[in-house]
Ligand binder design. Sequence first.
Ligand code: AMP
Ligand code: TRP
Length: 346
Amino acid sequence: MSDTAPPVYAGPTRVLSGIQPSGELHLGNYLGALKKFVDLQDQRPFLFVADQHAITVWQDPQKLASQTREIAAAYMAAGLDTTKATIFPQSAVRAHTELAWIFNCVARLGWLDRMTQFKEKSGKHKERSSVGLYTYPVLQAADILLYKATHVPVGEDQKQHLELTRDVAAKFNHDFAVPGFFPLPDPLIEGPGARVMSLRDGTSKMSKSDPSDYSRINLTDDADAIAQKIRKAKTDPEPLPDTLEALKARPEADNLVGIYAALTGETKLDVLGRFAGQGFGAFKPALVEVAVSAIAPIGERMRCLLADPAEIDRVLAAAAETASAVAEPTLDEVRRIVGFWSPRGR
Ligand code: AMP
Ligand code: TRP
């Protein structure tokens, strides 16, 4: 054992995240991801549209590019300023896939075998899933480490993928004897919006793939739809409790209080402090008010932005250049570290 501590990553802080263009965005995506991106925008985050991740399950080629523009519009409509955030399509920076290949040779089968999202998404028909779906977290590690990102705001369902990213970074640094080359990025997950549950069932996650539209609030829902979905949300007959302990045993109540808290930037306990002892007849209208004022304007801005797709394309193209200028030098260093041939090489 050496008596000096191993060097750790000493580069600058970088915030990075991505969202797949594989369906309509909902309140879970907003509170778990988008809202955090906006809160962090002064750190000049790199935010991409994960179209290469989206094609791990079938995507209609006629629609993929427009879905990509929709996610870009959602980023901007949620409040991201394109002079601060670099918003680009993943596939426009080709270095992602090249680094992913190298990382495929660093990550171990046993690590991927443990990924719960693959098990959920592949279901009973694992042998019919794409190989891409299996190796998806390795591409995610490449997305993050290509930019030497140090902080990754995501919802709780991404926690395991972030752990795998850290494992890939640590093994690469170790195997190639380049301590501190890649950072071990920290996930930013905390807060009441990290895991928003279905409005119909407080034990399952709010998701794009739930067949019931009443299970989620879409970012494109108008004020009436938002109000109606909250009015119809499953609840129980009891008044709201005054402790988190008592709330925990009531998944639907817990979810609605968590949504309220995440929307207003309070803690769940703050919300209980105001509503304890009151029933859902009083709480739901208050929730409608905060949800409508946060979400309805996003849908309106998205529609406006999408009326000018050429402007979205201009933003994406410029950002792809900015991102490439950061990504390419990292990839060049990695190619050299791995020992690939180059005309001036070893
Ligand atoms: P995806 O749409 O799967 O690309 O997810 C985009 C982001 O939204 C990721 O950071 C997810 O963790 C987050 N997310 C998705 N569903 C939820 C949810 N129900 N609650 C909180 N965050 C979520
Ligand atoms: N896997 C993420 C999701 O489904 C999307 C994603 C792809 C991502 N690459 C990323 C998130 C890199 C953060 C960092 O939500």
